[in-house]
Design a protein around this ligand. Sequence first.
Ligand code: UFG
Length: 330
Amino acid sequence: MKILVTGGAGYIGSHVVKALLESKKHEIVVIDNLCKGSKKAIDALKTVGEFEFIDMSLEDVLRLEELFKTHKFEAIIHFAAFIEVFESTVKPLKYYLNNTSNAINLITLANKYGVKNFVFSSTAATYGEPDTAQVSETSPQNPINAYGRSKLMTEWVLKDVALANKNFRYAILRYFNVAGASSDGLLGQNYPNATHLIKVATQTISGRRDKMSIFGDDYDTKDGTCIRDYIHIEDLADAHIYALDYIKENDSEIFNVGYGKGYSVKEVIDAAKEVGGDFRVEISDRRDGDPACLIANSDKLRKLTGWSPKRDDIKLIISSALKWEENIKE
Ligand code: UFG
C-alpha cells in the first residue's frame, strides 16, 4: 500500500515508520513540520529503508492538497498532534487547532481524494476518570482536559465521516502510556523538555536532571500516586500494523492499546531505581489534568487482530529508555 504517515518524525510515528519499512510491504510518505519531531529520527529511518520525507504542516492545506493530487494514498496513519495533558490545560486552543482542526483538514482531503483507510492516534485521555479499574472501548468517554477533548472530537468526526462515506474506514487506537525505545537503539524519545514519567526518570538517572518530582501522593490509589498502564513503544508500533491490516479487510474499529496492568508512579520510580540505581525524588503538588487511574482492557485488539505484546515488562521498558537516554547527545 501507499501510506501517508503524518508526524512520522515524532516518537510514536518514527517507531511505526520503522516497523512499516521493516515489513517491506509498503511505500511510505512521511510529513512532519519538525516542531516536535526530530530530523535525527528521519535520518535514522533512512538507514532502515527508503521513503519520502516532506517537511510540511497540516495547516498548509494548499500544499497538503498538492500532495494528495500527486500521490494516490491507500492509507493514512495520523500521528501529528500535541500530547501533553498539562500543557493542554493552559493552552487549550493550541490543542484544538492542531489535534482537532488540522485533523479535520486531513480527513477532508482523505475523503476528497478517496483514501480508504485511516488509522488515528487517539488516547486513553478521552476516557477521563473511569469508574472501573480497567477501561474497555465501550466505557464512557468524559475527558477531563483539553487534550482528551481535542482527540475525542476528532474521533467523532471520523465516525460521522465513515457513516456518510461507506468507502472510508478508520481504526481509532486509544493509547495508554507509551514508553521505552527501540531494542536496537536506533530510535527513542528525542523530545526536548519531556514531561513523561519514564523519560523524566531516565533523565534523572543519567544526570540530565538533578532530581524529579512525584506529582501528588494523595490520590485514592494503593500508595496515593497515580496509576497508569505503561506499554513498550515497539508493541504499540506493532498494533498499528495489525489494526491497519484489520480495517483493510473488515470494518472500522476502535481499539485500546495497553497491557491491562497498572503501575503507580512510586512503583515506576522503584523499578527505575532497580534498573539504573538511586536518584533524588521529591513529592510535589498534584499536576492539573491528571486522572488517578487509567488501565486498558485491550482484549478486543488481541482477539480481532491477533496482536500480542512481546515486551510486557516494566523493567525492560525502563532499561530500553535508559539505554537510549545514555546514548543521545542533546
Ligand atoms: N508524573 C510524575 N512526575 C513526573 C512526570 C509524571 O509524578 O515528572 C506522573 C503524572 O503526574 C502522572 C503519571 O506520572 O500521574 C504519568 O504521567 P505522564 O506525563 O508520563 O503521562 P500522562 O498519563 O499524563 O499522559 C500520557 C500521554 C497522553 C495519554 C496518557 C494516557 O502523554 O498522551 O498518557 O494515559 F493520553
